[in-house]
Design a protein around this ligand. Structure first.
Ligand SMILES: C[S@@+](CC[C@H](N)C(=O)[O-])C[C@H]1O[C@@H](n2cnc3c(N)ncnc32)[C@H](O)[C@@H]1O
Length: 325
């Protein structure tokens, strides 16, 4: 049976507010749902040759189920469960008894509740306020951490917020339990360098940067244009979100978790955004009827920017598997 609970109103949480979540997932969400494919997975897939968006998404869900050792588990937590694709996959394919999914979007929760998937408990609840009924065998958080720290926080405050998340997960997991995370992350040199530097000077984990050069007027102009596009995306499409760097996540988890695996899957980001963008363009007219032409244009502009930023290595997709220390 699925149950919906209301979020606490007195939270001192400083990440993306409920209002901003509702704008993105419940208002713009009507358009995203036209473009995400039948499972409504709203995160990068895991692509192999010959894949469709759907098969790449299922591979990604299976990867996290196995990485977190959730297969056959009794209790699994999905932090930031979206429209429930992972919850469903865990109970139907991976024989999990009970999955708790947290979302801040009432629209997503209502949609999941209406599916009546057995073994799935959906909660409109911030992880910050979550008090589990029992320990979890595994926790999975796919592209939710981008919401956990505000864009006006200094690095140390952001790390403290990510650490609060790792502390909660540590206390909710059984001994040696695993947490599997997928996140969009800036280049490890930080958000400003990620936006300002020419692509040949940027390298994601496992990649080698080109030689450093002095920044000429062309590079400076390019950097300013990137900042303008980043601000547009942040104002119109992803309000109150901020990407971590992989180094920040490592630092925030230190002493609580061992990093068992870290993958830089930038190509998966490129392939997924390319596919979303094609679908967005194909659904432009229908989308305009649902959310208005200007909101659709904002989304398409953001997706074009995201595709370019991924290709240029300004941000990437990381998958990190943590084991409770
Ligand atoms: C980009 S979606 C990813 C959804 C899903 N994991 C997927 O792959 O399809 C991010 C999700 O995180 C949720 N979220 C954001 N901040 C949250 C918070 N503080 N607590 C719980 N969920 C949160 C949103 O409501 C949304 O469901």
């Amino acid at each position: 049976m699925t149950v919906v609970h209301e979020a606490k109103k007195d939270s001192s949480y400083k990440g993306t507010s409920s209002k901003a979540i509702v704008h993105h997932y419940d208002f713009l969400g009507d358009f995203y749902r036209l473009t995400l494919g039948p499972e409504l997975v709203y995160s990068y897939g895991m692509w192999e040759a010959g894949d469709t968006l759907e098969s790449a998404q299922l591979r990604k869900l299976d990867y996290h189920a196995e990485a977190a050792r959730a297969v056959g588990a009794k209790r699994v937590l999905d932090v930031g469960c979206g429209w429930g694709s992972l919850m469903r996959r865990l109970v139907e394919t991976h024989h999990v008894d009970h999955v708790v999914g947290l979302t801040m979007s009432p629209g997503q929760a209502a949609w999941v509740r209406d599916q009546q998937w057995p073994g799935c408990e959906i909660r409109v609840e911030n992880w910050f306020d979550h008090e589990p009924a029992d320990l979890y065998d595994a926790i999975i958080a796919i592209e939710a951490i981008e919401h956990f720290a505000g864009n006006t926080m200094w690095r140390a405050r952001r790390i403290a917020r990510y650490r609060a998340f790792f502390q909660r997960c540590h206390s909710w997991l059984k001994p040696a339990g695993r947490l599997s995370i997928q996140a969009n992350t800036w280049n490890d040199r930080g958000w400003l360098a990620s936006l300002m530097l020419p692509p040949q000077q940027l390298a994601q984990p496992g990649e080698t940067p080109g030689a450093r050069e002095r920044l000429g007027p062309k590079a400076l102009y390019g950097g300013i244009k990137n900042i303008r596009e980043g601000l547009h995306a942040s104002r119109k499409v992803f309000p109150e979100c901020f990407l971590p760097t992989p180094a920040e996540l490592r630092e925030a988890s230190r002493g609580l978790f061992r990093v068992e695996e870290e993958r830089n899957d930038r190509d998966d980001g490129v392939a997924t955004v390319q596919s979303w963008l094609e679908r967005s363009e194909a659904n432009r007219a229908r989308g305009a009827e649902l959310i208005g032409e200007s909101a659709v244009s904002d989304i398409i502009r953001e997706q074009r920017t995201a595709l370019r930023f991924l290709r240029e290595g300004r941000f990437t997709s990381v998958r990190m598997v943590f084991e409770k220390a």
